[in-house]
Ligand binder design. Structure first.
Ligand SMILES: Cc1cc2nc3c(=O)[nH]c(=O)nc-3n(C[C@H](O)[C@H](O)[C@H](O)COP(=O)(O)O)c2cc1C
Length: 385
């Protein structure tokens, strides 16, 4: 079959063949480094899309090593995604030379008393093991300025800000020949990110996996396109095949940013058990919750959600809630309590029935979108005039 052509102005901006980006997914459980590792980035970029490294769970040095590995494996463009909440960025980086790692048990003692006591009580009641993990305090999230500087020094082709507005680094990134992307969950933030000078805005709807807002994709995409204009917008949240790609392009988006579908690929960093959970999930099996990060994020529903709801506790600010949730999830993991563990995932999980190589996910999407957009419409649709 002849190779399909699917191009938008995004392809010219980024130097890619197809307007499909794999989302920068960080870790969704303790024990994994990232959902979107080097292997996924390279597979997607080599297949003609653009792969984005999920660098939120890395230390700055690990991120630099991963960037250099990608450059060795492909000469195609790629991206790096960081979580940069405004308050953490404004607070500046902690001074160098401090402890690079601390035991989670020591960090947990810095939590508010009620949260710490709840954790201890739950551990005792459920006979869970004490966990002794080392937590990297040199993670990109805790050292946002060093992490951004490293991306600029490495001249990463596309810098992606998963949380927060990347405006503070746009000038330096442009001077290094880079493009900058920010993610928004409503029209107001899409406009703000565009006004801050970013080159691209991702509009991520309510149904997406990971951190997510309150507006559904079909309502959000066209409103974000209007709000961000003339800055181009990519669609995210609920895209799992070529039908989603065609819908996004029909609404005026220049491309798509796809998470959950690429998490269920051979090359993603998700654990096998997480991939299987996604295959089993129906469209109703995810929930939006504050449990994991203190901000609303969507994950596969599991019994940890009920346990947290019953606790009556308020979620802690990001990233303190991450510490609490990480400890809990690791205890459940070590005790083999699988029904208390579920990965970040979007509602599109219900449509995913097969773990595939990332390149095939991408080419299947392209072929189906091209069929639809070249007017091979479903038989039930008649157009003319
Ligand atoms: C496992 C997982 C981890 C994620 N981690 C991040 C992250 O670290 N940074 C980020 O910008 N977005 C993250 N997201 C959100 C994705 O970037 C993307 O916006 C979302 O997955 C799109 O919706 P979809 O899952 O329906 O495709 C994550 C999503 C998933 C499923």
């Amino acid at each position: 079959m002849a190779k399909k052509i699917l191009r938008t102005r995004l392809c010219d901006m980024l130097g890619i063949e197809y307007p499909i980006l794999s989302a920068g997914m960080g870790p969704s459980l303790v024990g994994e480094k990232t959902g979107a590792p080097v292997e996924l980035v390279v597979a997607v970029s080599e297949a003609g899309g653009l792969g984005v490294l999920g660098a939120a769970g890395y230390s700055v040095d690990e991120m630099i090593a991963a960037i250099r590995e990608i450059k060795k494996l492909t000469d195609r463009p790629f991206g790096v995604d960081l979580l940069l909440p405004g308050d953490i960025v404004a607070g500046g980086d902690p001074p160098d030379g401090g402890a690079k790692e601390m035991p989670l048990s020591a960090l947990l003692k810095t939590l508010p008393k009620a949260h710490y006591e709840w954790l201890v009580k739950t551990r005792e009641e459920m006979s869970l093991p004490e966990v002794e993990l080392m937590v990297g305090l040199d993670a990109t999230t805790f050292r946002p300025h060093a992490a951004v500087r490293a991306c600029i020094d490495e001249k990463v082709p596309l810098f992606c800000a998963g949380l927060g507005n990347p405006g503070f680094m746009v000038k330096d990134a442009h001077a290094a020949g880079m493009k900058v992307l920010g993610i928004a969950g409503n029209a107001k933030n899409a406009r703000r990110i565009a006004e801050s000078g970013a080159d691209l805005v991702v509009a991520q709807g309510y149904e997406g996996g990971g951190h997510t807002g309150r507006v559904g994709s079909v309502a959000l995409w066209p409103q974000a396109v209007d709000a961000a204009a003339p800055t181009p917008v990519l669609a995210a949240g609920g895209i799992g095949d070529g039908r989603g790609v065609a819908a996004a392009l029909a609404m005026g988006c220049v491309g798509v940013w796809v998470g959950t579908r690429f998490l269920a690929s051979d090359e993603s960093g998700a654990m096998d058990i997480q991939k299987k959970t996604i295959l089993r999930a129906t469209d109703e099996d995810t929930r939006r919750t504050y449990i994991y990060t203190g901000k609303t994020s969507r994950a596969i529903y599991n019994r940890f959600h009920d346990l947290w709801d019953k606790s009556g506790l308020e979620p802690l600010p990001f990233p303190m809630q991450v510490l609490l949730a990480s400890a809990m999830v690791e205890m459940f993991n070590q005790a083999g309590n699988e029904e208390y563990v579920g990965p970040f995932s979007g509602q599109i999980a219900g449509m995913i029935t097969e773990i595939k190589p990332a390149a095939r996910i991408l080419t299947d999407m392209v072929e189906e979108a091209v069929d639809i957009l070249s007017r091979k419409l479903p038989e039930s649709v008649v157009v003319g005039g």
